[in-house]
Design a protein around this ligand. Structure first.
Ligand SMILES: [Mg+2]
Length: 365
């Protein structure tokens, strides 16, 4: 198998940089983008700050009140996060990135992996040129900087893009990978959080070089097969996780068979009710709301009929889903005059729901 060329692109201090783009007079001031908790006052956390604010010690996840205290003697700007605006900018940037990749994986609003092995014919110099071209394109289109890492796998590419921030390009060739990471502290390895770091330290493992020298069986018995293998291989510069397109679901549906064929809305409604309850809990637990609702029926002669409705604004409750479904069903029954054997509901035109995300999702760097 030929050596891969993987690129990781990370938009620099994304939310705060978006605010600077919208209002260039912010450029030289500390800018702090906040997620307010809704409990009033300064209750909430810092989502992202620009580098001017970071010089005063402001960090993602810090209480807003603490950031205000750190910046009390300077003219700093505190802004409420405008997630719709950042999503819009992100979508446009991702469209630029996607067209440069053989395989494209959007990880979050400000981060993506590109497998560019074919595009560059495995040539790292060509990959570096491509990275510079991508940076120029994003700058020309959106006035945004990003940091790009290039390496033989996702772990090395991510660590490379972290290495020179902001506005950096870091190229790590396959034969440089082990050396590049060896001196770094183990928690620089993606996936090593505070807890794993602590256990490793208790084992006497501080640097990635220390980790690379461990007995893999010992790591597996300590961390389980998956994490143990990952740690051992990653520390040795190896990671075979593919870059893969993340497919979002496009619809959810459920269909049930009636205990007895029926043409009476009062009877069928009970089934619709139960379907909507189940469907809504599945859709909302995965963080979606929806703009389209469809009702499907299969008659006693096995012919299929559907009715659907699309709304400008997403529907966001079980009650709304049930009332739309029931209305569609009664219209269908009136118009088709059929006896129903099976009935189903489908929701589509899915939209990611904000309220389902946690604060952690809003920490960008
Ligand atoms: Mg970022």
């Amino acid at each position: 198998m030929p050596e891969r060329v993987v690129m990781q692109v990370d938009l620099d201090y994304f939310y705060a940089q978006c605010e600077e783009v919208r209002n260039p007079s912010l450029r030289n001031k500390p800018v702090v983008v906040c997620i307010y908790s809704g409990r009033g006052g300064d209750s909430g956390a810092v989502s992202t700050s620009n580098y001017a604010a970071r010089r005063y010690g402001v960090r993602s996840g810090m209480p807003i009140a603490r950031a205000k205290q750190l910046l009390r003697n300077v003219e700093a700007v505190f802004l409420k996060a405008d997630l719709d605006y950042y999503d819009e900018v992100s979508r446009r940037v991702m469209n630029i990135l996607r067209k440069h990749a053989d395989i494209f994986e959007e990880v979050s609003v400000d981060e993506a992996y590109l497998d560019v092995t074919e595009k560059t014919k495995g040539d790292y110099e060509a990959a570096k040129e491509l990275a510079l071209k991508i940076k120029t394109e994003i700058m020309e289109a959106e006035n945004l900087t990003c940091s790009i890492g290039i390496g033989p796998n996702k772990v090395i590419a991510k660590m490379a893009s972290d290495y020179q921030k902001p506005n950096g390009v870091t190229l790590i060739r396959p034969d440089e990978a082990v050396g590049f990471i060896a001196e770094l502290s183990v928690d620089k390895l993606p996936g090593v959080g505070a807890k794993t770091k602590q256990i490793l330290e208790e084992m006497g493992v501080k640097t990635i070089r220390d980790l690379a020298k461990q007995d893999p069986q010992k790591l597996i018995s300590r961390f389980g097969l998956k994490l143990g293998n990952y740690l051992y291989n990653a520390a040795n510069g190896r990671n075979d996780e593919p870059v893969k397109e993340r497919l979002e679901p496009t619809q959810f549906s459920r269909i049930v068979t009636l205990k007895q064929d029926s043409q009476r809305i009062e009877e069928i409604e009970k089934y619709v009710d139960e379907i909507c309850r189940d469907l809504y809990s599945r859709v909302s637990s995965q963080g979606y709301v929806f703009k389209s609702v469809g009702v499907i029926t299969v008659s006693d002669s096995l012919s299929t009929c559907t009715r659907s409705a699309t709304y400008e604004h997403p529907l966001d409750s079980y009650e709304a889903l049930r009332s739309v479904s029931t209305a569609l069903l009664s219209r269908l029954l009136e118009e088709e005059k059929i006896k129903i054997r099976r009935v189903g509901v489908r929701v589509s035109d899915l939209v990611k729901k904000r309220g389902q995300r946690t604060l952690y999702d809003f920490l960008t760097s």
